[in-house]
Design a protein around this ligand. Structure first.
Ligand code: EPZ
Length: 427
């Protein structure tokens, strides 16, 4: 298995190209199931999860073509076409490897009137049930059956009548499945307490480009007037705000200055507010976001929350950065029940972190030391990379397949701004 070696201490300086957003790509790709015409997505990131999702779509009868990307290019163009859907089943062996596979449930139900998808099961950061996905589909008129580890959904007479659902808690995935299911419903669907993440807005915009009728985009109440059919479209995936925020933390912890080329400043308010409060300079001039750290990092008190609050996907990366702050920070993870897997690994690098329930007290230390560490989930892996960039000596991050799921050409992007980093296979 590959591992990444980092010799810390270099200040990062230069420009980092921000790729298309993983969490937008994974909800835009299943939209191809909603029409028999081609859907072309531009600016698709070169990630393991995107490739896995392409393979899943192939199994359902969707043709996928990657166009023209040279290895050195960022962003791929993929054209998908579900002229005929040949299967409505997403099997366990695929879903267990990539939870986002559950996002074929809504579009398959909409297009084919039925779907059978393996229950995803939990993952490193929590149980991550899908009850809210099913609540929405049932509210729109679907019949639900859970048996032998699979969920089967069926639309009466092959088409959802429509309805109204109010989510008790905000769920990105449930909002996405509900939107895609509603797009072809017979009547109108209303989603209350919908997620407002930028990736949801990206999905709505893509669906509208395909002919869907959606009101309230960007708000917590989405009203979808079902259409008889959708048509093909060409749509560009939004930039990855979590990748951009991750590299901002890397610049900050090394006392460097990095331009996040392509980042959407307006979607990163909570991240940039937190960085500024930590004493980091964030500017936005001529369309370029620049993150610079000159002085010491100040400690923070942060709680994760649904957008526009501080993103749970940024928690591990900020924790790594705050390990070097002058003072004690308090982080509270309100979204997932087990998203502190990075803590014991950071502790092996000399971090001083105490977890009590959902909160972590991070006492800043003057020095982090490089060590062999183990990646456990995507964002935890990135927190180890961030710590390694500022640690004395060499850090070896194992199981980097977690990183490859969400960060395109990570070591190349970091090496280009001065990091002493390389990937090697540890056999
Ligand atoms: C999406 O996951 C993202 N993944 C996650 O990013 C992100 O952390 C999360 O949204 C929150 O922003 C993708 O977009 C592929 P949720 P999702 O449904 O949709 C509970 C990363 O690192 N819940 O908003 O699964 C759930 O357990 C990944 O890129 C239910 O109880 O998240 C969690 O506590 C990690 N029942 C909370 O809601 C449900 O039916 C939020 O989950 C669904 C969710």
């Amino acid at each position: 298995m590959d591992r990444i070696l980092i010799r810390g201490g270099n200040k990062l300086s230069g420009r980092i190209h921000i790729s298309g957003a993983k969490n937008a790509a994974l909800t835009l790709m299943p939209c191809a199931l909603l029409t028999d015409e081609p859907l072309t997505l531009r600016n698709l990131p070169r990630l393991a999860d995107v490739d896995s999702f392409g393979h899943l779509l192939n199994q359902l009868g969707v043709s996928t073509q990657i166009e023209g990307a040279r290895p050195e290019d960022f962003g791929r163009v993929m054209t998908m076409r579900a002229a005929r859907v040949t299967s409505t089943m997403a099997p366990y062996d695929i879903v267990r490897k990539m939870r986002a596979s559950i996002l074929v449930l809504g579009p398959l139900l909409a297009r084919m009137g039925e779907a059978t998808v393996s229950l995803p099961g939990g993952c490193a950061i929590g149980t991550r049930p899908i009850d809210l996905h099913l609540k929405a589909l049932e509210a729109f008129g679907a019949e639900i059956e859970i048996t032998h580890g699979y969920v089967k959904v069926k639309a009466p007479n092959g088409r959802l009548p429509g309805g109204r659902v109010r989510f008790p808690v905000v769920s990105v995935g449930a909002t996405e499945n509900a939107l895609m299911a509603a797009a072809l419903a017979k009547g109108t669907c209303v989603i209350e307490n919908a997620a407002r993440e930028p990736e949801i807005v990206d999905l709505c915009r893509c669906l509208v480009a395909m002919g869907a009728r959606i009101d309230g985009i960007g708000t917590e109440t989405l009203t979808i007037e079902g259409r008889d059919r959708l048509h093909g479209a060409t749509y560009a995936v939004m930039p990855d705000r979590i990748e951009a925020g991750s590299y901002a933390c890397a610049a900050a912890i090394t006392g460097g200055s990095v331009d996040l080329v392509g980042a959407d400043y307006d979607e990163m308010g909570a991240t940039f507010d937190a960085l500024r409060e930590a004493g980091v300079t964030v500017t936005h001039e001529h369309g370029v976001v620049r993150v610079s750290a000159t002085g010491p990092l100040a400690p923070l008190t942060l709680s994760t929350a649904p957008y526009p609050g501080f993103a749970t996907d940024m928690q591990a990366q900020f924790m790594a950065m705050l390990c070097k702050a002058e003072g004690a920070s308090m982080l509270t993870e309100t979204i997932f029940e087990n998203r502190y897997m990075h803590v014991p690994e950071l502790a092996r690098m000399g971090a001083d972190i105490t977890v009590t329930g959902r909160s972590a007290l991070v006492r800043g230390v003057p020095v982090l030391t490089g060590a062999p560490v183990m990646a456990t989930d995507l964002r935890a892996s990135m927190s180890l990379i961030i710590a390694g960039l500022a640690a004395e000596g060499e850090t070896q991050v194992q199981r980097v397949y977690h990183l490859d799921r969400g960060y395109e050409r990570l070591e190349e992007k970091l090496a280009a701004v001065g990091a002493d980093i390389e990937r090697d296979s540890d056999g």
